[in-house]
Design a protein around this ligand. Structure first.
Ligand code: AHR
Length: 879
């Protein structure tokens, strides 16, 4: 008999007590109510059986008078449900037209149809409702085949770019039942294929419909498009989000044998005797750019928002006047008082008419953090008008000004601009971020302020450094590289607003700052050297992305002489990073405080240049490639899209998708799908998009499944990093929906995907072991197996995305006796469970005991779980 390993909750309090009679009756009551509700069938708002077989009218069998009229070459063919179906020739103008919209698409609704295609190429839309926009209207929804992915999709056009998709390309000549569901309460869009849920995406804003309903076309940029070549049958529209059970029931009308498959036992056979590729030592890293207040208002230790008064040209935003106890005064931006020989071109003028206390308050980045025994480092530039000399009082105080948490004084300022610095310290303070920073005086007169700075304690006490808790969270991920400084932030919305590295070095008062790509300005406190020092602090290599002559508004610099200065800039930048102090830019780095050069292996040329439809990247990449390789032959160059002008060492691929799609795509780089003759792959941005502002458990499972695919294909995929990494979770502070680590001014937390990545980054070997996974039924199982060649430990990574226990039989060929140990498991009862500032540890890894041993054993994987099981090795699999 095979030994059996059980992954069980080793913690006593996890055992459930028998339910009381009261609980049982309550549950029974709920079940009866739910069953009663479910028995009520939702009636369709329109239902076209397409069984006429003659004429041009397809009657609405719902009784709601939404008859359709066949247009152009639309006709009749053999049906799946009933004798006939709508036949469409794939020709413009051939469709069935309903002269009105049928369901309110801003509320919950469902659209279902059987479809059979003669040709599976291009966009083909089976059902849509016209959009109401006066110019260039677009369908409110498209139940369709997409031309880009070649998959079925329920597409609702919206600002983000993922759709609920089938995960496969249909076969011509086969009937498929499709159902698209918009659930207004969950703001989710789901696609069911043959009665089985294929995909769900969240945070979708619905689109209103008005005008015609189309069967056999979509509407885009004001025109009807997406002509269908095939047959459509039994089309239904409901003004409700149907349940999965209801959808299966409708699908079974056309094919009674359809069922939702249940999880079946699976088998994993590992060949431990023939290790495969080595994992690149740099395999996992981080990606950063200024998005979501990742740096300013995030990692950067600065607490003052708009410290140099440039965020708005007319108003000192984030600042307010303080007039305490009857004091009177005013504040205003003053461009006539720049700080000489600096980039501080606009100052804040403070006029004090009379005391007892007048000043200015800064609200911070959604508050100023306060804790007991917290030391702040304050500094500011100031100049007094004749007759005023201070003193100036600096305080961290409650937002309403009634409680002072920390105070310091600058006794005197002069009529010349000068920089002042003091420390402030809290003692018996609460934990809060409902606080502000105030500079005030009791004396009448005028003074000016600039670059007002208040720093929290920083990691390793670095001046101008980083927030400690976030650095520690990143350190726990054991990253090996930092892809910096973007992302879109590198490119800028325009060429002028690109990341111009030479503006980001040296004393901070000399850095001009610039408008970023995510709706807010950066004054570049985190400049090139700060990025590099951050790498040094966390033992990472910089993966330097250089601006390559393309910006987000679509403008590009022509290859050739126009591009030459940008290429030179990149060469200078590489010299700043790596050059000895005898080089010009190496000497500049030393003057900036860091004589030692930084290690650098990879330089990325641009970001997402596939968006540059001009085709200029071929020439731009070639020009950068030739110049960089000529000077730095050992550097490896990363292209941001496929190029043929030169052969890049590496290509950077990006993936944002629903968890189910990410999981399905875990085979993307398998040898059966992806050749091995081209450049190596760097997956420089990836993330399952579910949960906001940080991913939920299901997203973590999609991410884990995706990562198993990258790890299995380590012969091709040499590095990966999730994006975006950081998000200030205050409303209005973040722009990207799903981000790895969340924080406010005071607190921070890791998402389930963060913890999954910590598990993966700690528990892996250095070689891939070949493994064969055999699944059937409704199993949603993903794996990768690695071995540590130094101590022999084998790491099984297993992801069960199904909501049921997954039995798994494991055979380890060539591994000798496998010792029992402990597994690390990330799971929770509900796939939408997540972590938040208030509940930071709801979904975290737990240690579970594994009983048994031997070269062949059985496991039961928890529903919705990621399991990492170390086997053998010196610690006998103790993680
Ligand atoms: O990670 C967020 C953004 O996604 C990056 O800035 C960009 O490179 C990608 O489009």
């Amino acid at each position: 008999m095979q030994p059996r390993f059980y992954l069980h909750q080793g913690v006593r309090q996890m055992r459930r007590r028998p339910p009381s009679w009261l609980t049982v009756s309550l549950l029974l009551g709920l079940m009866i109510t739910a069953a009663g509700l479910r028995a009520q069938t939702v009636n369709p708002a329109a239902y076209w059986p397409f069984d006429e077989g003659t004429g041009i009218v397809a009657h609405d069998a719902s009784g709601n008078n939404h008859d359709a009229t066949l247009q152009g070459g639309a006709g009749w063919t053999a049906g799946l449900v009933g004798p006939y179906a709508l036949s469409l020739p794939g020709a413009p103008g051939s469709y069935a037209d309903v002269p009105t919209d049928v369901v309110d698409t801003t509320q919950s609704y469902t659209v279902a149809a059987w479809v059979k295609l003669n040709d599976v190429n291009g966009y083909q839309t089976f059902v849509s409702e016209d959009g109401p926009e006066p110019t260039n209207p677009e369908s409110a929804f498209f139940l369709q085949l997409r031309g880009d992915s070649h998959q079925f999709s329920f597409t609702i056009p919206y600002s983000f770019f993922i759709n609920a998709q089938s995960g496969f390309t249909p076969v011509a000549g086969r009937w498929y039942h499709l159902a698209g569901v918009y659930d207004a309460a969950a703001q989710s869009v789901s696609l069911y294929v043959n009665g089985v849920l294929a995909d769900t995406i969240y945070r979708v804003a619905p689109r209103a419909a008005s005008g015609h309903t189309g069967i056999g076309h979509g509407q885009f940029a004001g025109s009807y498009v997406d002509w269908v070549n095939g047959a459509i049958d039994d089309v239904r529209l409901y003004g409700a989000a149907l349940s999965g059970a209801d959808i299966l029931r409708i699908a079974q009308i056309g094919n009674p044998s359809l069922t939702v498959p249940t999880v079946q036992p699976a088998a994993l056979e590992v060949d431990a005797a023939h290790p495969g590729a080595r994992l690149d030592p740099l395999f996992n890293g981080l990606m950063i750019e200024e998005i979501n207040h990742s740096l300013d208002g995030g990692l950067y230790g600065e607490l003052i928002q708009n410290r140099d008064f440039k965020d708005d040209p007319t108003t000192p935003v984030h600042w307010s006047v303080v007039q305490d106890g009857g004091g009177a005064g005013s504040i205003a931006l003053d461009p006539s008082q720049p700080v000489p020989n600096t980039a501080l071109t606009v100052s804040l003028r403070v006029d004090v008419s009379h005391g007892p206390r007048v000043g200015v308050a800064n609200e911070g980045y959604w508050g100023i953090p306060v804790r007991p025994l917290m030391t702040y480092r304050a500094s500011f530039w100031a100049k007094a008008a004749p007759g005023f000399s201070g003193p100036l009082t600096l305080e961290v105080q409650s937002a309403d000004g009634t409680t002072v948490y920390a105070r310091a004084q600058v006794p005197e300022i002069t009529t010349d601009w000068a920089k002042y610095g003091v420390l402030l310290q809290t003692f018996y303070a609460p934990f809060t971020d409902d606080a502000r920073f105030v500079i005030s005086t009791g004396s009448a007169g005028t003074f000016w302020l600039n670059q007002v700075s208040l720093f929290r304690p920083t990691y390793r006490n670095r001046p101008n450094g980083n927030r400690i808790d976030l650095m520690e969270m990143m350190a726990a991920m054991r990253p090996h590289f930092l892809r910096m400084p973007g992302g879109n932030y590198l490119e800028g919305n325009t060429i002028e607003t690109r990341f111009e590295w030479k503006n980001t070095i040296g004393p901070i008062e000399l850095r001009p700052g610039h408008m970023g790509t995510w709706g807010y300005r950066s004054d570049e406190g985190v400049g090139l050297l700060e990025f590099l020092e951050w790498c040094e602090d966390l033992n990472m290599q910089p993966l330097l992305a250089v601006y390559a002559g393309y910006s987000l508004n679509g403008t590009h610099v022509n290859p050739g002489p126009d591009l030459a200065p940008y290429v030179q800039d990149a060469l200078d930048e590489i010299q700043y990073v790596t050059g000895s102090t005898s080089t010009a830019w190496g000497a500049r780095r030393a003057a900036d405080g860091h004589p030692a050069p930084f290690p650098l292996e990879y330089v990325e040329v641009g970001n997402e240049d596939f968006f540059d439809t001009s085709g200029s990247y071929e020439g731009r990449f070639a020009q950068f490639y030739d110049a960089i390789k000529a000077t730095y032959p050992n550097l490896k160059l990363i292209a941001t899209t496929r190029v043929s002008s030169r052969t890049p060492d590496v290509v950077d691929d990006h993936f944002y998708n629903s968890p189910r799609s990410m999981a399905r795509m875990s085979s993307h780089y398998d040898p059966s799908n992806y050749g091995r003759t081209g450049p190596k792959i760097f997956v420089g941005e990836w993330a399952s998009q579910e949960g906001s502002p940080t991913p939920d458990l299901f997203a973590a499972l999609g991410d884990a499944a995706w990562l198993t695919g990258l790890e299995r294909n380590a012969d091709l995929v040499i590095m990966e990093c999730y994006a975006p990494l950081l998000a200030n979770v205050n409303p209005g502070a973040y722009q990207w929906p799903t981000n790895l680590i969340g924080y406010d001014a005071l607190r921070s937390y890791g998402s389930p995907s963060y913890y999954m990545q910590v598990m993966f980054d700690w528990l892996h070997g250095d070689v891939v072991l070949p493994a064969k996974l055999t699944t059937s039924g409704g199993s949603l199982l993903y794996e990768s197996v690695t071995r540590d060649t130094r101590d022999g430990t084998i790491y099984l990574k297993l992801v069960n995305m199904a909501g049921e226990l997954q039995p798994l039989h494991v055979t380890l060929n060539g591994a000798g006796g496998a010792a029992a140990g402990l597994a690390v498991v990330l799971t929770s009862a509900n796939p939408q469970d997540t972590n938040t500032l208030d509940e930071p540890y709801r979904v975290v890894p737990r240690i579970m005991q594994v009983r048994g041993g031997g070269p062949s054993f059985d496991l039961e994987l928890q529903p919705y779980s990621v399991t990492v099981l170390p086997i053998g090795g010196p610690g006998h699999g103790q993680p």
